[in-house]
Design a protein around this ligand. Structure first.
Ligand code: AAT
Length: 292
């Protein structure tokens, strides 16, 4: 309710809740796939919630969108064809567009209503759709990748929701296998991979499935997003066979790309130092996620 706090409870983080004060509810509708809620919060600006799970806020979305886009794209030289799975809000598109080497960006988002809601309430994210390099496909990302031509993409970025509901398939081995097939040799894959504080089993399973699917290397990197449960979120970042990729030391540093730091808006979070630091893991995470 307006004036009260919204509590985010979910079996994915049992026994705890995080909360934000609600100034005003701006939108609440059920799409074919999920319940979509947008509210204004005093602390973090506008907030997008899907099925009761916070997806982004205006204040800290930079920490997630910039990292999920630039960790893979700055790890290879001159990326040209990029696929985004999920990411209907457009924030990841906005970030990919900073790379002038990119010629084409396919995005496959399952829920058209997320796109419309973002265009209405989150213009700073939906601006990504204005770039002529973007081709929108509305549908299931797993199916899209099953039908994608072999070797088409330099990079695949999975900005999917938590693996309950339509995003379940996006954390499973068959999905990673179709992604590996759709990447060119030496291409890179980066997927949202939850929190090392809360989801070490899931990360461990995803890590193993990625090692089976991607024959190059598999790494875990993380970033701080204050409004996500536990305040951090990670990424699985993988390469296919062919050309080895040194993920820790960006081969395509953002600071060297003409116009990238200020394309449409300034980079707020990501830089090459943050890139390298993102791969450093605390001892407990190294131990618990046995393969890391
Ligand atoms: N950039 C905002 C962060 C998100 S949004 C995740 C998007 O993935 C949603 O728009 C959702 O509709 C879409 N999605 C879910 N399943 C599929 C699918 N199978 N195919 C295509 N798109 C899909 C993620 C925030 C993560 C929060 C972590 N707690």
């Amino acid at each position: 309710k307006t004036g009260k706090c919204m509590y985010f409870n979910n079996p994915m983080w049992p026994g705890e809740a995080h909360s934000l004060k609600v100034d005003k509810i701006l939108y609440k509708e059920k799409s074919k796939y999920q319940e979509i809620l947008v509210f204004e919060s005093p602390a973090y600006g506008k907030v997008l919630v899907l099925d009761g799970i916070l997806q982004l806020t205006e204040k800290d979305e930079c920490a997630y969108q910039e990292m999920i886009a630039h960790l893979p794209l700055c790890s290879i030289v001159s990326p040209k064809n990029v696929l985004v799975v999920g990411g209907g809000d457009g924030g990841v598109l906005r970030e990919i567009c900073r790379h002038s080497s990119v010629e084409r960006i396919d995005i496959c988002e399952i829920d058209n209503m997320v796109i419309d809601v973002s265009k209405k309430f989150f213009p700073e994210l939906a601006v990504g759709y204005e770039d002529p390099r973007v081709q929108l496909h509305v549908g299931d990302g797993a199916e899209f990748l099953r039908n994608a031509p072999e070797g088409k993409y330099d990079a695949i970025i999975v900005d999917g929701s938590d693996p309950i509901g339509p995003a379940q398939e996006l954390v499973e081995q068959p999905f990673f296998e179709s992604a590996a097939r759709a990447l060119r040799p030496g291409g890179v894959f980066c997927s949202m991979a939850e929190s090392m504080w809360l989801h070490t089993h899931l990360i461990d399973d995803m890590f193993g499935a990625c090692q089976n699917a991607f024959k190059g290397s598999v790494h875990y990197a993380w970033t701080s997003v204050p409004t996500y449960p536990s305040g951090v979120i990670g990424f699985l970042i993988c390469s296919t066979e062919g050309a080895p990729v040194d993920f820790r030391n960006p081969a395509n540093p953002i600071e060297m790309l003409e116009g990238a730091l200020n394309y449409r808006r300034e980079l707020r979070f990501y830089n090459s130092e943050v890139h390298t630091a993102a791969f450093a893991l605390p001892n407990f995470a190294k131990r618990e996620v046995s393969r890391l």
